[in-house]
Design a protein around this ligand. Structure first.
Ligand SMILES: O=C(O)CCC(=O)C(=O)O
Ligand SMILES: [Fe+2]
Ligand SMILES: [Mn+2]
Length: 221
C-alpha cells in the first residue's frame, strides 16, 4: 500500500516503490533516503487474534505493577514494564516471526523480551538506547493504541522522520536509525502525524533487541 501524492517530499523514489509509504513522513528527501531500510514499519504485522493473544498473556503481569512517573531524568514517563523469557506457544510463534523479520539469522539476540506499558498520559522522551544493553537492531510490536514515533538526527535536529505506529504494526530500527537518530513516542497532546491527529491511549509495546556488541552470544558461553 502506498499513498501517492500525499508526501510533498519531492521526487524521491524508494527502491521498488513509486512514492514513500503513508506511515512515514520526514523533513525531506535526504532523511528518507538515509533511513530507507533502517527505520521500517510493517503495518498489520499482527493479526487481531495475535494481538489479542499477546495482550491477554501480558495483562496479568502488567496489572500487578504501578505506572511510574517520578524519575525526573528518565526517558520514559507514565509507564510500567516487565521483561519476559517464557511465553505461551502461540506467543512464541509470534515472536519467532518478529525475530525472523528483523534479525539476520546469525545475529545474537537478547533472550529477554522487553514489554512496556505506556499509560494514556505516558510518553517517551528522545533517547538513543544504551549500547551497553542493546545491540544494533531494535524491533517493536505495538498493541492497543496508535502512536507516533519521532526520530531526530542527534547531529542535526532539522533532520527528522516520523513513524505512524498502528496497533498490530511492527517497527524495526537499525543502522543510522538506531545510532544516529534519537527516538521518542509523542505524548497525547502532541500526537499528530502531519495534519492527522493520532489520539494516544494506553499502548503496550513488545520489544526484541539484538545483543550488545562485544557481549558473548548464548552459543559462545
Ligand atoms: O515503546 C517502544 O516501542 C519503544 C521503547 C523504547 O524506546 C525503549 O524502551 O528504549
Ligand atoms: Fe528506546
Ligand atoms: Mn527500558
Amino acid at each position: 500500500m502506498v499513498c501517492s501524492g500525499r508526501l510533498a517530499l519531492g521526487a524521491l523514489r524508494a527502491p521498488g516503490l513509486g512514492t514513500w509509504p503513508c506511515w512515514l513522513r520526514g523533513s525531506g528527501p535526504t532523511v528518507l533516503r538515509r533511513l530507507w531500510g533502517a527505520a521500517v514499519v510493517r503495518p498489520g504485522f499482527l493479526s487481531s487474534v495475535e494481538e489479542e493473544t499477546l495482550r491477554r498473556e501480558l495483562e496479568p503481569a502488567l496489572r500487578r505493577r504501578r505506572y511510574e512517573y517520578d524519575h525526573w531524568d528518565a526517558a520514559i514517563h507514565g509507564f510500567r514494564e516487565t521483561e519476559r523469557s517464557h511465553w505461551s506457544e502461540a506467543s512464541q510463534a509470534i515472536l519467532q516471526r518478529v525475530r525472523a523479520a528483523a534479525f539476520p539469522p546469525a545475529l545474537a539476540q537478547l533472550p529477554m523480551v522487553h514489554v512496556l506499558d505506556l499509560h494514556q498520559n505516558g510518553y517517551i522522551k528522545p533517547h538513543v538506547d544504551s549500547i551497553k544493553f542493546c545491540g544494533g537492531i531494535i524491533a517493536g510490536l505495538s498493541l492497543l493504541s496508535p502512536s507516533v514515533m519521532r526520530l531526530i538526527d542527534t547531529q542535526d535536529p532539522q533532520e527528522w522522520l516520523e513513524l505512524l505506529l498502528e496497533p498490530g504494526s511492527l517497527y524495526i530500527l537499525r543502522g543510522p536509525a538506531r545510532y544516529d537518530f534519537s527516538h521518542q513516542i509523542l505524548r497525547d497532546e502532541e500526537s499528530f502525524f502531519g495534519e492527522r491527529r493520532v489520539p494516544r491511549g494506553r499502548r503496550i509495546s513488545v520489544i526484541c533487541r539484538s545483543l550488545p556488541e562485544g557481549e558473548p552470544g548464548p552459543s559462545s558461553r
